[in-house]
Write a protein that binds this ligand. Structure first.
Ligand SMILES: C[S@@+](CC[C@H](N)C(=O)[O-])C[C@H]1O[C@@H](n2cnc3c(N)ncnc32)[C@H](O)[C@@H]1O
Length: 216
């Protein structure tokens, strides 16, 4: 047992954490619907739940600010809406939605399912590791809410004005394949090594996506 007054021995703590992970793996590995313990992986796959700097997000999503179309919506922008305020400082009309918003000047504190989007309104929608991450997880879970996510995804595309663009990561091949090429152009970019940001520098196998609504 570890007492507070003892000097913390990091090796000892690491061993406890690893033991705990292995136990968790053996229990949760039997619940296939979670899909967070693939058989070939030793430890839990972490699900990112952080906020990232604006430049980092723009880089990952391959967004060129000189060509970005307004108004801009960041869906799941994080409690500090970093990207929204960064774009505002550059004089752009940007807004965010997140259920954990702190400053509500340009960001709305709401659940994305409860916020109805106007059709043909947004020039750009951005969703970095937020709506899409949750959609992906719900798609793979047996009892996931994938229908609600698929509906919202289509509502998001519908809310783009002609030539409007939707940027997100991770990619969602299971739904992107059904988008009509008469209405949308889907472009994907491999996310490569980004300067050792990710732990262990593992190959990422993640893509960022741009969907452009075709004028019609
Ligand atoms: C990994 S964070 C990414 C935040 C930001 N996009 C960034 O890259 O810094 C995911 C965000 O999605 C938000 N989120 C998750 N489910 C949500 C929901 N149902 N409605 C609104 N926001 C949600 C969380 O509050 C969190 O801030």
């Amino acid at each position: 047992m570890l007492y507070l007054y003892e000097t913390i021995n990091l090796d000892y703590v690491n061993r406890i954490v690893m033991k705990h992970q292995l136990k968790l793996r053996s229990i949760l590995g039997t619940i296939d619907e979670l899909r967070i313990f693939p058989k070939y992986e030793k430890f839990v796959i972490s699900i990112p739940c952080s906020e990232y700097d604006a430049e980092f997000q723009l880089n990952i999503l391959n967004i060129n600010l000189e060509k970005i179309k307004e108004p801009i919506l960041d869906l799941g922008c994080g409690s500090n809406a970093k990207l929204v305020y960064y774009l505002r400082r550059l004089g752009m009309e940007a807004y965010g939605i997140d259920r954990t918003i702190k400053n509500t000047l340009y960001a709305i504190k709401a659940d994305w399912f409860e916020y109805e989007l106007k059709p043909n309104y947004w020039g750009t929608i951005i969703s970095h590791l937020s709506f899409k991450n949750h959609f992906r997880r719900n798609h793979f879970k047996k009892n996931g809410n994938h229908i609600a996510y698929a509906r919202k995804y289509m509502e998001l595309l519908d809310s783009l004005k002609p030539s409007g663009e939707f940027y997100y990561t991770p990619d969602l091949p299971f739904i992107e394949q059904f988008l009509s090429s008469d209405s949308y152009i889907v472009e994907k970019n491999d996310i490569k090594d980004i300067g050792g940001f990710f732990e262990y520098n593992e190959p990422l196998n993640i893509q960022s996506v741009k969907i452009k609504k075709i004028n019609s």
